[in-house]
Design a protein around this ligand. Structure first.
Ligand SMILES: Cc1cc2nc3c(=O)[nH]c(=O)nc-3n(C[C@H](O)[C@H](O)[C@H](O)COP(=O)(O)OP(=O)(O)OC[C@H]3O[C@@H](n4cnc5c(N)ncnc54)[C@H](O)[C@@H]3O)c2cc1C
Length: 582
């Protein structure tokens, strides 16, 4: 079995993975960098990001204000040292991206344009129309290609972390073309595998977002942190879950109920700003409250009978019409395209039907502020990681900046670790990869009775019902039972395609296993947290309980359900307070 050896291995070719590759290549041009990605890099979910990336740039803004917005947005569950590092490094990263060629939108005077975003008290979100992720990923991809020492393993699926004598020393990767599993080894590995929104039925997330990196780390004994915090974005298209970016509200869009009434004014999110105000939409309005509160307001409005019943569930309307055709076409061309293609309407003239949709996981692989996990040699960055920037609720547009700041930091720390621990147990690692190949072959040549799609659908339904915007102990317990049942039924999985060349059933089966592990951590962590905080709202425990739960949860793998432990939140200068957006 051929062993591919590098100085550093990055799993994932999305925003975080490519930023990490550039940071490593820049620092040491002779370093060999392996990038293993199950997708071609440009198909990574970062490409779908629409609204923008946050970073202080304007004179009316300040580092202190951004820090304060993130901490209160997180419902005080963010680590404050991490937030400080992030906010301070954010502008530099965004300027750096500009120098690499990212076409940020501009003001008429040539300065960078920023737009308001949810939960941020002033406008600080840089954007490239409403295709920000597309332009950022292109910029990162072309810049990473400058470094000849980046070796890409596209369409290769990481199936296992290779750990020897307590140190992570590579991954076993499955090559889609051949069905062969081979070892890619290095003294340091960075997981940049993105989120896992696909454990839910109704999500903005691409099909590939199945929490693979989280599951790989979890199986290697690394805890998953704060997994109960799942972000519901308030505005997705009711049928497909396609995102209608927060930028639509940042530009001045408003949310109205079935009677055309701006219902958010009834939910402690402030009073409506006159949309004909000449300063509008530069002013933050209640539509720009944080995502957790807006999604929760939808549920309450639904209970009051204010929503509209539709074929795909209840919805409300997003109204952009007052912005006028020019502004809509200039600032939100992708929204026009999506509305036209997927719901057959024109936001210049029509109301857009929207409802809350699963969007982002605040939780992930437990890391410190340099992306280091408790397993020596293993690092993580981007959406798969939880450095504790976002706490109980992420503010929109922080994630794109997060993957830049922490992708680069993780790479620098990983390179340093690798230089000090360069010895690799190559033979033992190759033996582990060979064993993994045998296990995969053995498991998937079995002719069981459970189709992949059925298990996935049952998982999605259980999560949708049990781990929704509002949860309670009984519903979560049922979801836990269901996930445990599905885990057992995995043993009897049925694969109908037994070929080795581009067998698409095989990764689907591997992703299902990963999703079940991730879902188990979500529901078990949610059951254990008997309080309401940020995106985790318990009907049976409606209050925040700082006495018991101003803590991060850590889910550890065991042979039965995960063991849930807790660790402290780092509070530096901003003591916990009540959150107010009125
Ligand atoms: C529709 C949408 C719009 C968004 N808009 C915004 C926005 O405007 N602003 C903002 O801040 N955030 C936004 N977000 C969130 C943000 O885009 C993501 O959190 C971020 O892009 C994730 O980047 P990443 O590099 O961590 O992961 P991804 O970009 O998802 O990349 C993951 C990579 O990991 C690889 N991978 C995964 N599993 C494996 C495996 N087993 N083996 C090998 N490779 C693997 C994939 O091939 C891929 O290359 C949006 C998200 C969505 C879904």
């Amino acid at each position: 079995m051929e062993v591919r050896r590098h100085d550093i291995v990055i799993v994932g070719g999305g925003g975080a993975g490519l930023r990490a590759a550039i940071a490593a290549g820049e620092q040491f041009p002779d370093l060999s960098i392996g990038v293993v990605s199950k997708l071609y890099p440009m198909r990574s979910h970062t490409v779908a990001a629409e609204g923008g990336a946050a970073g202080v740039i304007k004179p009316n803004d300040s580092i202190e204000q951004h820090i304060s917005d993130v901490i209160s947005g997180s419902d005080w569950l963010a680590d404050q040292d991490v937030v400080e590092i992030f906010v301070n490094q954010a502008p530099r990263e965004l300027v750096q991206l500009e120098h690499w060629g990212c076409p940020w939108s501009r003001m008429p005077d040539g300065s960078v344009a920023v737009r308001p975003f949810g939960g941020m008290k002033t406008e600080r979100t840089w954007y490239a129309a409403d295709k920000t992720g597309f332009h950022m990923l292109h910029t990162l991809f072309q810049t990473a290609m400058k470094y000849g020492n980046v070796v890409r393993y596209d369409e290769n699926f990481a199936v296992q972390l290779l750990v020897h004598e307590g140190r992570c020393q590579g991954v076993a990767a499955l090559d889609f073309r051949t069905g062969e599993v081979f070892p890619v080894v290095a003294p340091a590995v960075i997981l940049c595998t993105g989120g896992g929104g696909r454990i839910f039925a109704f999500t903005t997330n691409a099909v590939a977002k199945t929490g693979d990196g989280m599951a790989l780390a979890y199986r290697a004994g690394v805890p998953l942190k704060d997994m109960e915090f799942v972000q519901f974005h308030p505005t997705g298209l009711p049928d497909t879950g396609i995102l209608i970016t927060e930028a639509a509200r940042g530009e001045g869009g408003i949310l109205v109920n079935k009677d055309g009434y701006r219902y958010l004014q009834d939910y402690d999110l402030g009073k409506p700003v006159d949309v004909n105000d000449p300063e509008h939409p530069r002013k933050s309005t209640m539509e720009l409250g944080p995502r957790d509160r807006l999604s929760q307001a939808f549920v309450k409005e639904q209970a009051k009978g204010g929503t509209i019943q539709g074929k795909f569930g209840d919805y409300v309307h997003l109204d952009l019409r007052h912005l006028g055709a020019k502004r809509i076409h200039e600032r939100l061309p992708f929204i026009v395209e999506l509305c036209h293609e997927y719901v057959g309407l024109d936001p210049v003239r029509d109301l857009i039907p929207v409802r809350p949709v699963v969007h982002y996981m605040m939780g992930g692989v437990h890391t410190d502020l340099d992306g280091a996990t408790p397993l020596p040699g293993l690092y993580a960055a981007g959406e798969c990681a939880c450095a504790s920037l976002n706490g109980a609720n992420r503010l929109g547009s922080n994630s794109l900046t997060e993957l830049l700041v922490f992708g680069a930091r993780a790479a620098r720390a990983a390179v340093e670790f690798g230089r000090q621990n360069s010895a690799l147990a190559t033979e033992a690692l190759a033996a582990q990869a060979a064993d993994q190949q045998r296990q995969i072959q053995e498991r998937f040549s079995r002719r069981g009775s459970e189709p992949i799609a059925r298990l996935r659908q049952e998982l999605n339904e259980a999560m949708e019902v049990g781990a929704a915007i509002e949860r309670d102990g009984e519903g979560l317990q049922q979801a836990c039972n269901k996930v445990a049942e599905l885990k057992a039924r995995l043993q009897d999985l049925r694969l109908t395609d037994h070929s080795t060349t581009f067998n698409t059933e095989l990764p689907a089966a591997l992703e299902l296993e990963n999703m079940i592990d991730v879902a188990e951590c979500v529901v078990q962590s949610a059951l254990a947290r008997t309080e309401s905080r940020g995106a985790h709202q318990r009907r049976d425990f409606p209050k925040r309980d700082d006495q018991q739960f101003l803590k991060h949860s850590l889910a550890y793998r065991t042979d039965a359900e995960p063991r849930i432990e807790y660790c402290d939140v780092t509070i530096t200068k901003w003591p916990p307070k009540e959150r107010h957006y009125g």
